[in-house]
Design a protein around this ligand. Structure first.
Ligand code: OXD
Ligand code: MN
Length: 588
């Protein structure tokens, strides 16, 4: 399929190590995809679902010990430990390669090695980058076909000499103790062994499009961010675009596909989804930041997705989708998950493969991190700019975490550098997207803690430097949809009603609305958040817009501790200055 010697050598070396019985090049053709689906069904790797209700949809179950990203086993291999920084696990490249190679040696014996040429971004766009993943998993091939642009045209785009990101994946024995996801940013290389879970094995996604790409972006002067991208069409037809960073499983997919409340729809507002997880951002000739979504599908969290919370995502999953670790409804050969509807199936199989009765069982049927892999083109609100080679210009960047208290519903930074500070101090309660305890507050700067491919202090510096390159930077905001009463219930309705906050943000970008200056930045006046059609009291809104200086003084102390004791060095002076301002403002 190619004369590119580097590609041929990579495939040859991978095969020499893993010794597969057969090598199959993925050309992206429908016949090949069909044949692989049929093979996966024949071996039990996938279950073919009801083709009338869910055409071209399949169900897969991972091993029970392999259901989420493994941050403690995700490694950045650089020559010097200090260059990986305090947010990463580090190994030297020599040690990393040796470990992975020893684990993978001979592990594809009796198996087929698939070679997947893929593009992150539209093939042929200056924004895009090509990867080659070798894998012994049909599930990986079929997911990559949905999540990226796969096929011969990627090899053609590489030509005889082009460079690419090398990804080696071997399932091995799905052994937790020998599971490693290793990145070699200096070599554009990724090794993943002993896992079959998407975030660890779809190497175009977190490994390439965030960890390797963030490293490349710093060298080449662009940014790879854990951000959704959405467009809002105003009644007069004008469009504004927003990129928003939230930690995993904090509603990025829901926000990206938001349906505005009726009052906004009637007025003519529409939301279009450009992406739900990753943004590659560059400086445009016009001095603005332009963003593309390098992916081609959605790897979304299933539980909680329903006709009310996210009808667009649900619609996207009705065709050509792979479901992972959800409930198999045996009555009609479809799927179900907690929060889909109030009618769990009685005759079903749970995510572990055990018989399950949704009416009587007291255990969850779907894993909390169960997923759908759905083609982006299925999404009813996909943006006409989705396949744009230049991307979309950003009016605003939004950061958001899951915080029960302290952080108000929304605030705006004073300027770019202060916005970088706001991103750097993000913290959020952990979710099921990664292994480990759920609900623990942790620092997650720019929602990138698990995804920065180098030292976090240098990453902050890169953000500051990017601000110097843009003459017309997006405005930077922070939102918190997750404020709670002491009893635990949420104080803001969220979902489609987030449009009310989005509208304020977009109006701020056009200087159409005033704001209150506070210790932490500009906060909306309650009167400026349009509550029309919502049964919601202005007092409650005021309470979640409040900035409590005493709480923020404590927060500032905590941030100082995080900067000093965790990140320790390489923090840009501009961020220390913002912290000093915050402390001073809270003391006044
Ligand atoms: C994801 C994640 O899958 O962030 O997007 O874990
Ligand atoms: Mn994510």
């Amino acid at each position: 399929m190619t004369n590119n010697q580097k590609v041929l050598q990579f495939v040859e070396e991978s095969a020499a190590l893993a010794t597969p019985d057969k090598i199959v090049w993925i050309d992206g053709s429908q016949e090949q995809i069909e044949a692989l689906r049929a093979e996966a069904v024949s071996t039990g790797e996938m279950i073919k679902l009801n083709q009338e209700l869910l055409p071209d949809c399949y169900l897969h179950r991972t091993a029970v010990n392999d259901v989420a990203r493994v941050e403690a086993r995700t490694v950045i291999c650089l020559p010097k430990e200090e260059d990986a920084g305090p947010t990463n696990i580090w190994k030297s490249p020599e040690e990393g390669y040796e470990m992975c190679k020893n684990i993978a040696r001979g592990k594809m014996k009796g198996r087929t090695m698939y070679v997947i040429p893929y593009s992150m971004g539209v093939v042929g766009s200056a924004f895009s980058k090509i990867g080659i993943e070798v894998t012994d998993s049909i599930y990986v091939v079929l997911n990559m076909v949905i999540m990226t642009r796969v096929g011969k045209e990627c090899l053609d785009a590489l030509g005889e000499n082009g460079d690419f990101v090398k990804g080696f994946h071997a399932k091995c024995d799905i052994d937790e103790e020998n599971r490693w996801i290793m990145h070699f940013p200096q070599d554009n290389a990724i090794w993943s062994v002993n896992s079959g879970y998407g975030g660890n094995v779809l190497l175009g996604k977190k490994c390439f499009a965030l960890r390797i790409a963030s490293y490349l972006g710093r060298q080449e002067g662009w940014m790879a961010e854990h951000m959704l991208i959405l467009g809002v069409k105003r009644p007069n037809g004008e469009k504004q675009y927003v990129a928003a960073a939230f930690p995993s499983a904090c509603g990025k997919t829901n926000l990206a596909m938001l349906i505005p409340p009726k009052h906004f729809r009637d007025a003519g507002y529409e939301v279009e989804c450009v992406g739900d997880d990753i943004a590659w951002i560059r400086v445009g000739e016009d001095g603005r930041l332009w963003a593309v979504n390098p992916e081609n599908g959605f790897f979304g969290v299933a539980p909680g997705t329903n006709q009310k919370s996210n009808p667009n995502a649900l619609a996207a999953t009705r065709q050509g989708t792979i479901f992972t670790n959800v409930v198999h409804n045996l009555d009609n050969n479809t799927v179900w998950w907690e929060g889909l509807d109030k009618n769990p199936p009685e005759h079903a199989v749970d995510w572990k493969g055990n018989p399950w009765n949704g009416k009587t069982s007291d255990v969850k049927g779907a894993h909390p991190n169960s997923r759908f892999t759905a083609p982006a083109k299925n999404c009813p609100c996909i943006s006409p700019e989705f396949n744009s080679k230049t991307g979309v210009p950003l009016s605003a960047i939004i950061f958001g975490g899951r915080r029960a208290s302290t952080t108000p519903l929304c605030y705006q930074s004073r300027d770019w550098n202060h916005g970088v500070f706001v991103g750097s101090i993000m913290s959020s309660e952990t979710t099921a997207a990664a292994t480990g305890a759920v609900g623990v507050l942790r620092h997650d700067p720019m929602a990138m803690k698990p995804f920065i491919g180098y030292h976090v202090g240098d990453y902050f510096r890169h953000w500051i430097d990017m601000g110097k390159k843009v003459t017309n930077p997006p405005k930077i905001f922070n939102v918190n949809w997750f404020r709670q009463y002491e009893k635990g219930e949420f104080l803001w309705p969220g979902f489609g009603d987030n449009m009310r906050v989005l509208k304020w943000i977009l109006d701020r970008c056009e200087d159409k609305v005033d704001a209150k200056e506070t210790a932490i930045g500009y906060v909306p006046y309650a009167k400026d958040i349009d509550l029309t059609g919502l049964d919601y009291s202005v007092e409650t809104l005021e309470s979640i817009l409040e900035v409590d200086k005493a709480k923020w003084a404590k927060e500032a102390e905590e941030i100082e501790g995080y900067y000093k004791n965790t990140i320790k060095d390489r923090i840009p002076k501009e961020l220390w200055d913002s912290l000093e301002t915050l402390k001073k403002n809270c003391a006044e």
